[in-house]
Design a binder for this molecule. Structure first.
Ligand code: FAD
Length: 283
């Protein structure tokens, strides 16, 4: 972990664009709570398909109007160069300085198509269009991307994104710190020299977490799964256990050199804030 100790990538919070008026109100209220923790930035996810993309733009516009440092995600699957160019211009005009560049996933049943196959091609395009205007984050997978044929090729593909001009990476969430440390070591051996910030998913709802984890390839260790299953509908016990487990994970990651943390807040403030306080982070 020598290479990560020298970076100070800071703390960031991820949001998704809400669908309903009620969701928008909840997001705005929770952002106002989370902003008191003084994160480096908030990021906003971006889906494939029209209306969800508009909602990302609306959420980013609102955050910028509030004067909040914002990193929109841009996924390239199913899009063309002209669409990405227009987005980049829009974000530049809003004063956005940081982008999270992704391939994304097509909704099942839809054909991939578009001008880009991989996130590395998107990073390359953003650099060609906008030079060093944006700080670019990309995704990393300590437990490996579910479509990767093997660990070695996934690492090489990650290196391609870095070579194309990524400044930093945010990982898929994980609950096994050793997977992260080993991933970082392997990156170091390949000469990858950017901050790799652990993505942290607070545990608040077992059913939802199990569903996400099955699709994105993030492993919930058996002992955590069993404990969570044992709590049944007792949401308070799930919450307390989740906060304890994830706080300990974060503590170990930071103690052993992780350069920051990126919280998948799920538009909630409470769990992230509790973990933040347990870690003794400034607010
Ligand atoms: P890539 O880096 O392109 O990798 C995808 C797969 O292709 C991997 O298996 C990789 O090994 C392989 N690959 C890459 N390059 C090559 C190559 N040249 N030849 C052969 N194989 C190659 N999804 C969304 O839709 N919207 C979001 O806002 C969003 N935000 C995310 C944020 C974070 C921090 C993370 C970790 C994930 C996010 N995702 C999001 C999910 C992400 O889009 C999916 O995991 C997607 O399947 C892969 O995206 P990627 O950018 O990692 O793709």
């Amino acid at each position: 972990m020598r290479s990560q100790k020298k970076f100070n990538a800071g703390f960031s919070f991820e949001l998704f664009p809400p669908k309903t008026k009620e969701g928008i109100k909840k997001l705005q209220s929770n952002v106002h709570k989370l902003v008191r923790l003084n994160p480096l930035y908030f990021s906003v996810t971006y889906g494939a398909g029209g209306s969800t993309q508009d909602r990302t733009l609306e959420t980013v516009d609102w955050l910028r109007r509030e004067g909040i440092e914002t990193a929109p995600h841009i996924s390239c699957v199913g899009t063309d160069r002209e669409q990405i160019r227009a987005l980049l211009h829009h974000y530049r005009d809003l004063g956005v300085q940081r982008i999270v560049a992704l391939r994304g996933d097509m909704p099942s049943g839809m054909r991939q198509g578009g001008d880009f196959r991989y996130a590395s091609e998107l990073v390359e395009f953003i650099r060609a269009e906008t030079g060093s205007q944006f700080h670019i984050e990309v995704a990393a997978y300590p437990e490996f991307h579910p479509q990767a044929p093997d660990a070695g090729s996934d690492l090489w593909n990650f290196k391609l994104k870095v070579g194309a001009g990524a400044n930093g990476a945010i990982t898929q969430y994980f609950y096994n710190a050793d997977a992260y440390f080993r991933f970082v070591d392997s990156c170091e051996k390949l000469g990858i020299d950017i901050p790799i910030v652990p993505g942290i998913m607070p545990i608040t709802n077992y059913t939802q977490l199990a569903r996400f984890s099955d699709t994105c390839g993030a492993e919930i260790p058996r002992w955590i799964r069993k404990r969570l299953q044992g709590f049944g509908d007792d949401r308070e016990s799930i919450r307390a256990f989740g906060i304890e487990v994830v706080s300990l994970l974060c503590e170990r990651l930071l103690q052993q050199g992780a350069p920051g943390l990126h919280f998948y807040t799920m538009n909630q403030a409470e769990a992230t804030t509790s973990i933040w306080h347990n870690l003794g982070l400034p607010s």
